[in-house]
Design a protein around this ligand. Structure first.
Ligand code: ATP
Length: 952
């Protein structure tokens, strides 16, 4: 049947038998589709993607931009200014050459531009985040061309055979072919929070409702437990979730704490300026003893209102956050929620998993312990090549039935696949299991061979809570059909029982040993006495204290397949096989990252499911803890009250044998102690802890889809050092944001005071028109501010303690700086204004009497250039800094100065902006006054250095 004539579209999959469904889709449960078939189906059905629908419609996003109080005030100014022009037109009092409604049009243009900019940026930020999310979108395990493969979710087609396991988010709709203990949380689709048990064997009536289709799985739902093989039936918009086209995929665009603070700041500025306007009008009226100068006062008020609004700020903030996200991606940290960019810099505690984050997750088995003997295993990587040695001598495995039995358990109780790709041995699946496959391979024991001889009939899957797993295999056939299997006879002989099934269990040694009552020795089993137990536990501790990850193995003959979910009763009375210890070397870069954390006042904490001694050996090696550090185990945590944990969390840096629920309690305790916590997680049950943490971090490689969904950030390389790099970026972003806020608002305050002072010192005219103020706020402040946003990190960025995320934006001297600089700015400009006014009104002056206004305008602009250069560092003098380390600042200063001069000297621009040509000496005086600003900021740095104060 060709792909183009599939009668599948009308099929009601849950009402079909498995074979019928497979037939309809022309697929095969064992070999899947072939590549040409997949191609054809991709053509026919398209990719498996949902067309994204966002919560807010475009026009709603656009309208939202204009609800900002500062823009509303600008609109008010535009209207009043328009009315004034209208009155002047009516009364014929418009000055010659003046274009009516110029200010109104300019202000409205800025308002609209700001709105459009905000709209574009907001939608782009949403799209960028969506794209980032896609980057972290999971690979799906499938069977194609008879082989196991991993493909991107979007490449699935109907007919594909998809494999599911705990933690996976289902990538397409499908009909179950087989399943084991499968539990799926379908809340995304049905709203039902409880996980649902699924069963392949059922066939259901056609009209079964979505929530009751127990033989099917649906895109967007989460596998909580178990595993399954699924025939993909619907993809893309044909899936149930696609049909209802909900906002599942829509990106949450929460305002960042900074954006919220900006809104508050806007309110303060608007109300503050209104108070100031009232003050100026009242003072002006009292001074003039009447309303003779009312028009001037109204014009002053309008200019002040425009001056106080930092029109360029929102754009600069958005760009900074976006650039921060991009830089973090370059460091392999993928931001999923925008606030994380700025709040990362506030992290005080990083709680990290061990395996794969602090270590390489490249496991190599180094020792095997059975029958009181510790065997060394040689070989590197996943290549199944190496020897088993006892006291430095290679041993013949046939003489050691215990090892052979243990190795069979390694291969059978295992979900990974070891295969050669492009000449290299690689594993698909969990590296711990991969190392065990390699170990078995070193003895010539291959999974395929054993899978056909001991076919799996059931299992109790691994979970971080249980810390073990069991596989139930059928043995009848082995026993009867091939009793003399060469090479491994003793194994079978040993396992041989009259029972038709064997259960193999592996997991944490202590917990597995607890469940054993016998021990396998020679080719028989003996009761497990206390002495042997103690020996085994001592061997376990000895291996663990070398930093090895140790697993215990056991088996048990069974008369029948145990029922599902009976693990607690079935995994009892086991027969102990032995221990396997594997090395998972620490990542070399983590040592430096840990040291960097400590310097930065950030405490790294290890939280692992592994044994306490393994955890401690690695934590000490990496510098996370001292050799005498206390380790808290999951068992201890279990007994402790929340208060007791809270009393310990600041002292303990290693938590071992923990379960995901303990992680949640640890984060909560840390948070109650006022810590700002970043927490890593990979498992399905880590989601609550990730959500609770201030920064939830999921693993890009080993993380489950569910953990990624719950996270703020995904580590593309699973590496602890990446968290530290992202934290550093977070600090840089926040420092730069503070820097340009200081820069922009300091100038706004200066402008407002200067404008307000004009009528008070009796100049009889407003020095700056709204248009000129807009120019300053957008261009001469905006461009350098953008350049300051990409300022490279100051050298001490990771040598100071983290900032509290709850601190006000004005904290640590920022507010004082703004006011101080605003006043200095105003004093410089008012002095110049007073001088320039008198100069241009002096007898014998030949230039334009209004040139003083342009001198004020020019001084304000050029002073900001010096300010931009000086403010690049809080503590370093400009001459101590590399002038080329931020070329953007240099470039923006040059460009802005040229633009400013063009406004004064290019006639059409002069006419439009209402400036007046300055003589060279007047320009020189402006530059002289302007440079005072630079000098002041540099003197401040010297002063603070002298006083021994460092500002950050
Ligand atoms: P971390 O939390 O730092 O990543 P971890 O990987 O050791 O540590 P888990 O994966 O929860 O944490 O494993 C906990 C314990 O369960 C391990 O120490 C090991 O004893 C056991 N274990 C791990 N993987 C398996 C497996 N595939 N089968 C059986 N037992 C396992």
């Amino acid at each position: 049947m060709s792909a183009h004539s599939l009668p599948e579209s009308a099929a009601v999959w849950h009402s079909l038998e498995i074979d019928k469904a497979l037939n309809l889709l022309d697929s095969n449960a064992d070999s899947g589709l072939t590549s040409p078939e997949v191609e054809a189906r991709l053509q026919k059905y398209g990719t498996n993607e949902l067309e994204e629908t966002n919560g807010r419609k475009p026009w709603e996003i656009l309208l939202d931009q204009f609800t900002n109080i500062m823009l509303l005030m600008l609109i008010g100014v535009a209207i009043i200014s328009g009315l004034l022009d209208f009155l002047s037109l009516q009364q014929g009092t418009l000055k010659s050459g003046e274009v009516p409604f110029k200010d109104t049009i300019a202000i409205l243009a800025i308002v609209i531009l700001n709105g459009i900019l905000g709209y574009v940026q907001e939608s782009r930020a949403e799209k960028a985040l969506a794209a980032l999310k896609k980057l972290s979108s999971p690979l799906v395990r499938i069977i194609r061309n008879g082989k196991l493969a991993e493909v991107a979710g979007k490449d699935l087609v109907p007919g594909d055979i998809m494999l599911l396991e705990a933690g996976v988010q289902v990538a397409a709709d499908g009909r179950l072919i087989e399943e084991s203990n499968l539990q799926v949380r379908e809340s995304a689709l049905t709203g039902e929070a409880e996980a649902v048990n699924k069963q392949a064997i059922l066939t259901l009536p056609e009209d079964t409702s979505l929530g009751d289709r127990l033989n099917s799985v649906f895109q967007g739902t989460e596998v909580v437990q178990g595993r399954a093989k699924v025939l993909v039936t619907n993809t893309g918009m044909q899936t149930e979730i696609g049909k209802i086209a909900t906002m599942l995929q829509s990106v949450e665009s929460e305002p960042t704490p900074l954006q919220q603070r900006m809104t508050q700041l806007g309110n303060v500025l608007v109300y503050g300026s209104l108070v100031l306007v009232v003050f100026v009008i009242v003072a002006g009226v009292i001074q003039a003893r009447g309303f003779s100068n009312l028009q001037e006062l109204v014009e002053v008020s309008l200019s002040m209102a425009v001056a106080v609004v930092p029109e360029g700020l929102p754009a600069v903030i958005t760009v900074t956050l976006a650039l921060g996200t991009q830089r973090m991606v370059r460091h392999h940290a993928l931001i999923r929620k925008l606030p994380a960019v700025e709040t990362l810099g506030s992290v005080t505690t990083i709680c990290s998993d061990k395996t794969g984050t602090l270590t390489q997750n490249k496991m190599v088995v180094q020792s095997v312990y059975t029958n009181q003997q510790n065997f060394r295993v040689t070989g590197d990587g996943y290549a199944p090549k190496g020897d088993f040695q006892l006291d430095g001598e290679n041993i013949d495995l046939e003489t050691s039935p215990e090892i052979s039995a243990l190795l069979v358990a390694c291969a059978v109780c295992n979900d990974s696949v070891l295969q050669k790709e492009a000449g290299e041995w690689v594993i698909l699946g969990d590296p711990t299991e991969g190392a065990l496959m390699t170990l078995a391979g070193k003895a010539g024991i291959e999974k395929d061979q054993w899978h056909s001889k001991l076919p799996r009939v059931s299992e109790f899957p691994f979970s971080s809570e249980r810390k073990r797993m069991s596989v139930i295999s059928q043995v009848e056939e082995v026993a009867t059909s091939d009793p003399g299997m060469s090479g491994v006879d003793p194994v079978i002989a040993g396992f041989l029982t009259s029972e038709p099934y064997l259960m193999f269990t592996k997991g944490s040694p202590e917990l597995t040993l607890e469940r054993c009552t016998q021990i396998y020795l020679g080719d028989r089993s003996f009761p497990l006495d206390e002495e042997r137990r103690t020996q085994i536990l001592a061997a376990n501790e000895q291996m663990a204290s070398q930093g090895l990850r140790v697993l215990g193995f056991a088996y048990k003959p069974l008369t029948e397949v145990p029922p599902e979910a009976s693990e607690d009763t079935s995994e009892q009375d086991l027969i102990w096989l032995g221990l396997v210890g594997m090395l998972d070397a620490p990542r070399p870069e983590v040592r430096t990252a840990v040291a960097e954390c400590r310097q930065a006042g950030i405490r790294p904490v290890m939280i692992t499911g592994d044994h306490q001694l393994t955890a401690k050996a690695i934590a000490v090696d990496l510098g996370i803890a001292d050799a005498d550090a206390r380790v808290l185990t999951g068992q201890e945590l279990q007994r402790m009250s929340d208060q007791e944990i809270e009393a310990q969390v600041d002292l303990v840096s290693i938590y071992a044998r923990v379960s995901p629920e303990h992680k949640l309690r640890i984060v909560q305790a840390l948070q109650r102690r006022g810590r700002f916590v970043a927490m890593t997680g990979d498992g399905v049950n880590d989601a609550p802890a990730l959500k609770q943490a201030d920064i939830g971090i999921a693993m890009g490689i080993t993380g489950t889809d569910v953990s990624k969904e719950a996270s703020d950030m995904v580590l593309l390389d699973d590496n602890f050092a990446t968290i530290v790099a992202a934290t550093k970026e977070g600090r840089v972003v926040y420092t730069n944001i503070r820097r340009f806020i200081k820069y922009i608002l300091g100038s706004n305050i200066g402008e407002v005071i200067t404008i307000a002072s004009a009528p008070l010192i009796g100049l009889g005219a407003v020095p700056l028109s709204p248009l000129q103020i807009l120019w300053m706020n957008l261009v001469t402040d905006g461009l350098p501010a953008l350049a300051l946003a990409v300022e490279p990190p100051e050298p001490d960025v990771m040598q100071r303690p983290p900032f509290s995320p709850r601190e006000s934006i004005f904290a640590r001297g920022l507010g004082a700086y703004m006011v101080r600089i605003g006043i200095v700015f105003a004093i410089i400009t008012i002095t110049l204004m007073w001088w320039a006014f008198n100069h241009t009104h002096a007898q014998g002056y030949e230039g334009d009497p209004d040139a003083w206004k342009t001198m004020v305008f020019t001084t304000l602009c050029i002073a900001q250039m010096g300010h931009a250069i000086a403010i690049r560092s809080n503590n370093q003098l400009t001459i101590e800094m590399n002038p080329f380390s931020n070329l953007f600042v240099l470039g923006s200063v040059v460009v802005t100065t040229i633009l400013q001069l063009m406004l004064v000297y290019v006639p059409p621009l002069r006419a439009f902006f209402g400036t007046h040509a300055l003589s060279l000496s007047e320009l020189g005086i402006c530059i002289g006054f302007s440079s005072l600003m630079f000098v002041w900021v540099e003197c401040e740095k010297l002063f603070f250095r002298f006083m021994g104060k460092k500002t950050v």
